[in-house]
Design a protein around this ligand. Structure first.
Ligand code: GLC
Ligand code: GLC
Length: 639
């Protein structure tokens, strides 16, 4: 069929419904129709691809367009008076992810913390899921019972709107989670399914036949093997198994049903109407299932994201998607495009910085980034060191193999290194989701505890403290200079250590990720405000890096090149901007190293200065780096 022709024919049939709507806002109607003209074909393409065989697709399309129109009409004016559509490429950007309750108490108190965030240089605030969710264990809010209601413990919908406005007034952006792979088992759709409503049972993947479940389990990866084996949970009420990739109370939605796509899009638009600027697409790799496959990152998952994206282009064009795919690097990269996610977590660089810190060797980091770092124009990595989750070792084993590293063995080593089972390790991490069948696990812990600050402070070892501070600075210095939007995780900016209080809470005890989710209190911030505490030093060294980053355009838009250093401990890259060039070299070891001066050839200049020490760099002299030292060598092309 001629898709373009069919799309236009369908649009012509649907437009009378749009025209008949009572528009509050006349100019909104004209704009909306112009957006439809421009983007409807993409939406139609994706939906025909997924649902072309459904006799009632036209009905769903009609509903969908009505939702989009209603949203566009109702939401004029609550966006950040914008500016640059490519704002996410700027050197001014700095992100921070926080839990409303753990960081501030509630939404009103969080508003009072805006000056703190601003003083740090933060202009992109990701609030961990803050919607209504089951009492007790809710996977930190990732089990959503109602996308339209803020969790009453955190505040009201009005509080959230007021926060969004307050952030926008300060030129800051709000990032919310779109948890769309699953709902909680208390969501009204799940409740209706449990009550026997066939229509809502089709919103989820329910199976009466245990053999079918077993067939799926054969090929599907277990994400939370300590919660239960396999990916399904028995539901008494309906005598059936339901698909639960994560916890048993998180029911995966059935996107093979077009009604689910339309219904969840309406929930997504509600989040958009709260005034957020970026939606984090949670667990997006898992949204399409097909028997006999791994049920991760299937082509249909990409088609779905394209369809969601087309909806935004039509009715909330300022909004961006951030991909949360913590999977094989090739699969991570496939979600990144202007048609899918403009932003993506960079789990490869994250994991390999930790790998280099443990081994003191950078070959895997260098080789992997050379292969996978480049992404399309107008897309950006969200670079991070730690987040609310665990660290998973998601590099490409083929790249490791070429370097003589056995990927699986190396993962076991890193897990031991970071969880106190390797003699001489500086790290204090906690294992997460140990799989009894294959010994796989992931690692939890805060930046400060994983880099050795906790063990050094405990041993009152001044040299070890210096080394730990050096590791923290090293990771921050790479994160803040690498192309992309750097994202801090709450507490890491002030050197917070692991918190074991979760072990006393029956709803958290089994989930080690809570070790890096400490409720921050006055004392934590006071310690960091003082210049003679280790926390104060963590805060100060970070603030210095942020200030420098934000004052040079080369940290924003420029070409990136990963460099060979021919030194096993050094990692290096260059950023080539229009007027400035930057060379970053980092020493991942405790030893002093020296890099031949020829590495600066890429800067093509005789006038060079290390921004971090202020020292001039001479082209003919080798560059010496002390333990964990980083240099940010800057030049201007005209020099
Ligand atoms: C994402 C979240 C994680 C959560 C999972 C299920 O990976 O980051 O915290 O457990 O999705 O929603
Ligand atoms: C798995 C998933 C990832 C999620 C994490 C939570 O690694 O791939 O999406 O964040 O589990 O632990």
């Amino acid at each position: 069929m001629d898709r373009a022709f069919e799309a236009q024919k369908t649009l012509a049939r649907l437009l009378p419904g749009i025209n008949a709507k009572r528009w509050k806002n006349k100019s909104a109607k004209t704009e909306f129709k112009a957006n439809l003209e421009q983007h409807f074909n993409k939406l139609f393409d994706a939906l025909v691809e997924l649902y072309g065989h459904h006799y009632d697709l036209h009905f769903h399309l009609d509903r969908l367009l009505k939702h989009l129109a209603a949203h566009y009409d109702a939401n004029q004016g609550n966006k950040l008076a914008s500016t640059d559509p490519y704002w996410y490429q700027s050197e001014k950007n700095l992100g921070m992810a926080v839990y409303v309750d753990l960081f501030a108490g509630d939404l009103v108190k969080l508003r009072q913390r805006i000056p703190y965030l601003k003083s740090l240089g933060v202009n992109y605030l990701h609030l961990m899921p803050l919607y209504l969710s089951p009492e007790g264990d809710s996977d930190g809010g990732y089990a959503v019972s109602d996308y339209r209601q803020v969790n009453p413990e955190l505040g009201t919908n009005e509080d959230l709107k007021a926060l969004a406005d307050a952030l926008h007034n300060e030129g800051m952006r709000l990032v919310l989670d779109f948890v769309f792979n699953h709902t909680s088992d208390e969501h009204r759709w799940a409740e209706a399914a449990k009550a026997g409503d066939k229509r809502y049972q089709d919103y989820y993947h329910l199976f009466n036949d245990g053999n079918e479940v077993a067939q799926y389990n054969e090929t599907v990866r277990e994400i939370f093997p300590t919660v239960r084996r396999g990916s399904f949970t028995w539901v008494e009420e309906v005598d059936a198994w339901v698909w639960t990739t994560f916890n048993s109370f998180q029911w995966d939605l059935n996107y093979a049903n077009p009604e689910v796509f339309v219904a969840i899009t309406d929930e997504m638009l509600h989040l958009a109407s709260l005034g957020c600027d970026v939606l984090r697409l949670d667990a997006l790799a898992f949204i399409w299932k097909q028997k006999g496959t791994v049920c991760e990152s299937l082509p249909q998952a990409h088609t779905l994201i394209k369809a969601f994206n087309a909806c935004l282009r039509i009715c909330a064009p300022q909004l961006l998607f951030k991909s949360e795919a913590i999977v094989h690097p090739d699969e991570v990269n496939k979600y990144i495009s202007v048609e899918e996610c403009q932003l993506s977590y960079n789990p490869l660089m994250m994991a390999l910085m930790w790998e280099s810190l443990a081994t003191r060797e950078t070959q895997l980091l260098t080789a992997s980034l050379k292969r996978s770092f480049q992404i399309p124009q107008h897309t950006r990595w969200v670079n991070y060191i730690r987040c609310h989750d665990d660290i998973g070792w998601t590099w490409d084993d083929a790249v490791a193999g070429q370097l003589g590293i056995n990927g699986q063995d190396h993962r076991l080593f890193l897990n031991r290194f970071y969880t106190g089972q390797f003699e001489g390790s500086f790290a204090r991490g906690v294992p997460f989701q140990m799989n009894p069948s294959n010994g796989d696990c992931r690692v939890c812990g805060t930046l400060a505890s994983l880099t050795g600050l906790e063990s050094a402070v405990e041993a009152q070892d001044a040299d070890a403290i210096e080394l730990a501070l050096g590791r923290i600075r090293l990771l921050n210095a790479i994160n803040l200079s690498m192309t992309g939007l750097p994202l801090l995780y709450q507490g890491d900016e002030i050197g917070v250590l692991n918190d074991h209080a979760y072990l006393d809470d029956p709803h958290k005890r089994e989930d080690a990720r809570w070790v890096n989710r400490k409720p921050l209190n006055e004392k934590d911030f006071a310690l960091a405000a003082s210049s003679d505490t280790v926390q104060g030093r963590v805060a100060q060294q970070l603030q210095q890096l942020i200030k420098i980053r934000q004052s040079h355009a080369v940290f924003g838009s420029s070409q990136t090149e990963i460099l060979e250093t021919y030194n096993p401990h050094a990692f290096s890259f260059a950023r080539i901007g229009d007027r400035e060039r930057l060379l970053v070299i980092a020493n991942f070891s405790e030893q002093r190293i020296s890099i031949p001066g020829t590495i600066t050839d890429i800067l093509a200049s005789r006038q060079m200065q290390d921004l971090l020490t202020g020292k001039a760099i001479k082209r003919e002299e080798p560059i010496a780096l002390d333990a964990y030292q980083v240099v940010w060598v800057l030049t201007s092309a005209s020099a």
